[in-house]
Design a protein around this ligand. Structure first.
Ligand code: NAD
Length: 441
């Protein structure tokens, strides 16, 4: 099949590349000329395991192309995906300007019947807006070309995006014509070798499914963080409680780790957007509002533990940070707890030494740009030299089982603040460490 994918960020680039891997001819479009030039020259603008090899292979075998010209990409395409960003607007709602700009361009340029697929996470009712925007442009052109609008929300996880896309748990397709359902099924069938995992539904339910999924996952995280905070007050250990409740199949072990709060490009903005969608429809989503409030507070819990141990004024203290990305396997720092913790420590006069396997450029160039008193170092053990304590904020594999003797030798004081509850099983107190974690006094 010939496909166009508009927006070549995490979702667009991964989806386009995986569709190409299955033998489709895919043209990925972006308005960011630098990004497209890089991609045309074999430089992958984001880090995602396995992505680089797959892009290069499919460019070489002429299944994958990159352009800034949307009209070029639409030529001969049967399906066009909209995978541009839907960032948080000033009031917390999803900003649809990029999605609707693409819809307008599609209406202006399409030359044959098209299935237009919303892959971006968009508020309920957006497909109607996309449809109206395209139709308006066709009317201006006095064209009677047919098109369908489909909702196909994306559930990939950054850090495991290729695996998630190639072997999806499910593919949700919201449509209102047999033609669109049939074409989408043909496109996705190669991804299901043993049994199909299509879930077909009406368009609004598909749009809502994405928000409900992210809100559910964010709720599990905030719930466990709230339990962790109560555990600290009552002298219980949240990690033991986690194991105790996770064994119940109705609860399960996933997404119930106490920690420094959720971040990333999706949960924070999607939870906020859902809250606003509810308000727009005269409903106050009390649980969703609380999920967000608990998370905002949780991002500072580790900084509060540091202040409790070292005092309100942190002038003269140096803290070594392991992990800047919002989670392992990505260089993405959007809404990462590290941003909040580091800013709070620096505000109180501390000096920071930081290391992350992938996100240091993002930190330097965007998320911590201009903040004084941060030194970025090239290895995890270099962070420790002259640091008063180690603060762990992202659970990268290389931080999982460090050389604790080395830690003790290098750190000024053998103190660890563990924002990810990584070292529960190492009995660090017996090894001579002061060990502070989430959900334990
Ligand atoms: N990142 C994730 O893990 C993830 C997972 C599931 C769903 N989503 C959703 O997918 C959507 C895209 O997310 P992302 O993380 O890939 O965003 P991103 O910011 O990484 O990429 C968006 C891209 O769209 C491009 N763009 C903007 N306007 C354009 C236009 N008019 N024409 C062509 N390109 C244009 C931008 O230049 C950018 O490269 C969002 O709605 C997001 O919520 C993201």
């Amino acid at each position: 099949m010939n496909l166009a994918v508009i927006g070549s960020g995490y979702v667009g680039l991964v989806s386009g590349t995986c569709f190409a891997e299955m033998g489709n001819k895919v043209t990925c479009v972006d308005i960011d000329t630098i990004k497209i030039e890089k991609l045309q020259n074999g430089v992958i603008p984001i880090f995602e395991p396995g992505l680089e090899q797959m892009v290069l292979k499919n460019v070489k075998n002429k299944n994958l192309f990159f352009t800034t010209q949307l009209n070029e990409a639409l030529k001969g395409s049967e399906i066009v995906f909209i995978a541009v960003g839907t960032p948080m607007g000033a009031d917390g709602s999803a900003d649809l300007q990029y999605v609707l700009a693409v819809a307008k361009s599609i209406g202006q340029s399409m030359q044959q019947r098209l299935v237009v697929v919303d892959k971006s996470t968009v508020p309920i009712g957006t497909a109607d807006k996309v449809k109206a925007t395209i139709q308006k442009e066709l009317d201006i052109r006095k064209s009677d070309l047919k098109f369908d609008v489909v909702s196909n929300p994306e559930f990939l996880k950054e850090g495991a995006a290729i695996a998630d896309f190639m072997k999806p748990d499910r593919v949700v397709i919201g449509a209102d014509t047999d033609y669109a359902f049939e074409l989408m099924k043909q496109l996705y069938s190669p991804f299901f070798r043993t049994h199909d995992r299509f879930i077909t539904m009406d368009i609004r339910s598909a749009e809502m499914t994405k928000y409900a999924a992210n809100a559910m996952l964010a709720t599990k995280i905030s719930f466990m963080n709230e339990i962790a905070n109560i555990c600290e007050k009552v002298g219980a250990d949240a990690n033991q409680v986690r194991i105790g409740i996770g064994s119940d199949k109705r609860i399960g072990y996933n997404f119930i780790y106490p920690g420094a709060g959720y971040g990333g490009s999706c949960f924070p903005k999607d939870v906020k957007a859902l809250r606003n969608i509810a308000i727009e429809h005269d409903y106050e989503a009390k649980l969703i509002i609380s999920v967000e409030e608990v998370n905002d507070a949780q991002k500072l819990v580790i900084a509060q533990k540091i202040v409790k141990r070292f005092g309100e004024d942190l002038t003269g203290f140096t803290f070594g940070i392991w992990g800047l990305a919002f989670k392992p396997g990505t260089d993405d720092m959007r809404e990462a707890p590290a941003i909040y913790v580091i800013k709070e420590l620096v505000k109180r006069g501390a000096i920071i030494k930081a290391y992350d396997p992938k996100a240091m450029n993002e930190a330097k160039e965007h998320y911590l740009k201009g903040i004084q008193n941060i030194e970025y170092v090239d290895s995890k053990y270099e962070v420790l030299k002259n640091s008063d304590a180690l603060v762990l904020l992202t659970e990268w594999k290389e931080f999982r089982s460090p050389d604790f003797e080395e830690l003790k030798n290098q750190l000024k004081k053998a103190i660890i603040f563990d924002g990810r509850n990584q070292y529960n099983t190492f009995n660090l107190e017996a090894k001579g460490f002061e060990y502070y974690q989430i959900g334990k006094q």
